[in-house]
Ligand binder design. Structure first.
Ligand code: TYM
Length: 339
């Protein structure tokens, strides 16, 4: 229903909760930059309020937020073409999140695998914010009536929850107000895996730094991490089918494909049958070639934090211009006096 009446608008967010990884780059940032040229209004948010659902040192959080903004720009996002801002500067997100806390059901939230993973065995000791996290994420998206959300595979369940919240709100209040947002999960690297364990996602919170490539790693570190990446002893298979039962090999091929803007099949045509002793150095060279310019541009941008703060403040102002009327209308629909 609503997809037809809403003009296309892209929204996505990244947590400033540590180093950006190759997973964030291939699953999110690189794809945001590619989509920038399609003319659709795009809004990208550094979700600092989401980050504090687990403990963050305040000075590190502020630095990580600026570094994340530098990462967006260094990956090709133009703050004039896209709106870049940090979540806490637009209070409409948390105002909308409260409404959605009252729409979402306990049972829906209890099914969220990210909460289960992050809370671990000690769920009683997790913050209430960590549990409510997906309702704030729905608010991020729906406060802009965003129709498309580019994300990695791991965020799919949260986008489905966002759709459930939009549908329930529209039904409960008898309106066609919120769009039913589509996740956009595309490309060869929507799930980049750990370099130490092909069954685990590459993550900024993994205790082992060898498990991930950080966008701030230097060339030697990137090369070392790829050289030491866990693999099986067999050479690469001859075709895509042969990657099926070989998660580590598949991960490295996926990364190669995404970094070189080719399909997995094209990469296998060229690399099929090569031993890892040959493939890994090629992958390391490619990764360094693509990531080194991003890393050096990030450090250049970080020399001028005041300029980053200015970009975030400008983005926040433009974001609020969209968010304020949508929140006002939501309040009016819900029956808040004065809205
Ligand atoms: P976050 O900060 O964990 O990750 C940011 C983006 O990077 C993608 N990603 C990956 N993609 C492929 N392989 C990986 N190993 C990998 N690791 C991370 C994520 O899928 C994501 O697209 N809850 C979100 C942040 C968020 C958000 C939003 C996203 C808050 N509000 C609204 C979209 C719309 C998160 O924690 O992402």
């Amino acid at each position: 229903m609503s997809e037809a009446v809403h003009t296309p608008r892209v929204f996505s967010g990244i947590q400033p909760s540590g180093n950006l990884t190759l997973g964030n780059y291939l699953g999110a940032l690189k794809r945001f930059a590619e989509a920038q040229e399609n003319g659709i209004e795009s809004i990208y948010c550094m979700v600092d309020l989401h980050a504090i659902t687990v403990w963050q040192d305040p000075a590190k959080l502020a630095n990580a937020t600026r570094e994340l903004c530098a990462g967006f720009i260094a990956s090709g996002l133009d703050p004039k073409k896209s709106i870049l801002f940090n979540q806490s500067q637009v209070p409409e997100h948390t105002q909308m999140a409260w409404i959605f806390n009252c729409v979402a059901r306990m049972g829906w939230m209890q099914r969220m695998t990210q909460f289960k993973d992050k809370a671990g065995k000690n769920a009683q000791n997790a913050s209430l914010g960590l549990f409510a996290y997906p309702a704030l994420m729905a608010a991020d998206i729906l406060t802009y009536h965003a129709t498309h959300v580019p994300v990695g595979e791991d965020q799919k369940q949260h986008i489905e929850l966002t759709r459930d919240i939009a549908i329930k709100f529209n039904n409960d209040y008898g309106v066609e107000f919120f769009p039913v947002t589509a996740p956009v999960i595309e490309g060869a690297a929507t799930r980049v895996m750990s370099l130490r364990d092909g069954s685990k996602k590459m993550s900024k919170s993994d205790p082992s730094d060898m498990s991930r490539i950080n966008l701030t790693d230097d060339a030697d570190t990137i090369a070392k991490k790829i050289r030491k990446a866990k693999t099986d002893p067999e050479p690469l298979p001859e075709s895509v089918d042969g990657l099926e039962e070989r998660p580590e090999a598949r991960n490295l091929v996926n990364i190669y494909a995404a970094l070189s803007d080719r399909t997995v099949a094209q990469v296998m045509d060229e690399m099929g049958g090569k031993p890892f002793s040959e493939f890994k150095p090629m992958l390391a060279d490619l990764a360094v070639e693509k990531l080194a310019p991003i890393s050096s541009e990030m450090s250049r941008l970080m020399q001028d934090p005041a300029e980053i703060d200015r970009i975030l403040a400008d983005g926040a102002q433009r974001a609020r211009a969209i968010a304020t009327p949508i929140l006002q209308e939501t309040y009016r629909i819900v029956g808040m006096v004065g809205a």
